[in-house]
Design a protein around this ligand. Structure first.
Ligand SMILES: NC(=O)C1=CN([C@@H]2O[C@H](COP(=O)(O)OP(=O)(O)OC[C@H]3O[C@@H](n4cnc5c(N)ncnc54)[C@H](O)[C@@H]3O)[C@@H](O)[C@H]2O)C=CC1
Ligand SMILES: O=P(O)(O)OC[C@H]1O[C@](O)(CO)[C@@H](O)[C@@H]1O
Length: 385
């Protein structure tokens, strides 16, 4: 079985590539990082190490790579694949869509077998978004044919893999925990089950539980950590005030998740505890810059802050801690992050009232807008004093 995986980065090599290889797939990575591609092509294997006391290592073999800039190679790989997965970043999906569309055309013209294409990104409906991009490159006739044999099941992926540098550039260290959940209601009949994947009939409770707990909590720690001058999540979470605020944010999304999806309160409390412990993993050093990266994406309406806040509000709750986390996101000034630079430029030019509406889509007359604004102004005063 052949899998083509777009993005040979941290999640690509350290999670999806590892699991697919263990499940018996020959994994072909497609990436635009020339040296990464060359190394994978040459060595055809790499090491994944677990971030725990034992530092257990896995040798991942039977892998190779193609350069994502070579459109014909990408199309041919997709045409021949038994499975296609991605972990490139949700904003990059549109850039890999043309190659996938070309591969689908080749497949359809050759009468090839059905195919699942699964986006493993931190986003709601990642595969559905990818499908939209791919279909924009296909004719109406091709789209109709693709509907019958190409499926884009949505997925939720959970494993913390920080930025890292090793002597061996292919080595990747990952936390021991992982969860890969796929929506089986979007899969084609008789699909092949990948070992290690949890298939569910309805993905929404799982993706929202993961995004609104792990990712909401993590980015809150990053933005609050940044405000307090910490460089790493571990240092930020060692600060009792930040740790308490992050827990409050997660309890707020927890109340929403319990009310909306019927999760058990005690089980959800222990889910939160487990995640807070994962943030503290002493064997991983995770930078606030990575976890807070791309604040425009993280402040967008369907992402980890605004979506739960609006849903909580609509269910009669007052999402004060989520508003605080959003205010902290507006205060994130990482000079290496183009999205943080953009937000700061807009704040300087037009002020917080307009920035909140522009980035979150929350209108000025919505109560959450005022909550974010008040909190942002308080953060500003502390920064100035
Ligand atoms: N790192 C983590 O802990 C987790 C990340 N994720 C998600 O996984 C996705 C990937 O994240 P990471 O692996 O951390 O990022 P990364 O930056 O380590 O890896 C992304 C890879 O995609 C490659 N890439 C960029 N443009 C490409 C293109 N046009 N074609 C092919 N490859 C391309 C990059 O060269 C890079 O190797 C993101 O959506 C992230 O939100 C999800 C769960 C955990
Ligand atoms: O990759 P993103 O969406 O920028 O966010 C980083 C996120 O990746 C993770 O490491 C895993 O989902 C989270 O802990 C963190 O919130």
């Amino acid at each position: 079985m052949k899998a083509v995986h777009f993005g040979a980065g941290n999640i690509g090599r350290g999670f999806i590539g590892l699991l697919l290889s263990q499940a018996g797939y020959e994994v072909l990575f497609s990436d635009v990082n020339d040296s990464l591609v060359e190394q994978l092509k040459e060595r055809k294997s790499y090491t994944v190490r677990l971030a725990n006391e034992a530092q257990e290592a896995f040798h991942v073999s039977n892998v190779s790579a193609i350069n994502g800039k070579q459109a014909d190679d990408v199309a041919e790989a997709v045409a021949q694949a038994d499975l296609v997965t991605t972990a490139v970043g949700v904003n990059i999906l549109k850039h890999i869509a043309a190659g996938i569309a070309k591969g689908i055309e080749l497949r359809l013209n050759r009468g090839a077998a059905p195919l699942h294409i699964i986006a493993c990104e931190n986003a709601i409906g990642g595969s559905t978004q990818l499908k939209g991009h791919v279909y924009s490159h296909l004719s109406a006739d091709m789209r109709e044919k693709a509907d019958a044999i190409i499926a884009f099941p949505d997925a939720a992926v959970d494993r913390i893999v920080p930025l890292q540098h090793h002597e061996d550039p292919l080595q990747v260290t990952v936390e021991p925990f992982y969860e890969w959940v796929i929506d089986e209601s979007q899969m084609l009949e008789g699909f092949h089950r990948i070992e290690g994947v949890h298939y569910v009939k309805q993905l929404e409770p799982y993706i929202e539980r993961k995004l609104f707990t792990v990712n909401t909590g993590h980015c809150s720690a990053a933005y609050l950590g940044y405000l307090h001058g910490f460089d790493t999540i571990q240092a930020a979470m060692a600060n009792p005030q930040i740790a308490a605020l992050v827990r409050h944010v997660m309890e707020e999304t927890g109340s929403l998740l319990i009310k909306k999806h019927g999760f058990d309160q005690a089980q959800h409390d222990s889910y939160i505890d487990k995640i807070l412990n994962r943030f503290l993993n002493p064997y991983l050093i995770d930078e606030v810059a990575r976890v807070g990266r791309s604040p425009i994406r993280k402040l967008s309406v369907n992402d980890r802050l605004v979506r739960p806040a609006l849903q909580a509000y609509d269910l009669g709750m007052k999402p004060a801690y989520l508003a605080m986390a959003m205010a902290a996101a507006f205060s994130f000034k990482d000079k290496e992050d183009p999205e943080a630079i953009q937000i700061q430029a807009d704040l300087a030019a037009s002020g917080i009232t307009q920035a909140i509406t522009e980035y979150t889509t929350i209108p000025e007359d919505h109560p959450i807008h005022a909550m974010i604004k008040t909190q942002y102004e308080q953060f500003q005063q502390v920064e100035v004093s």
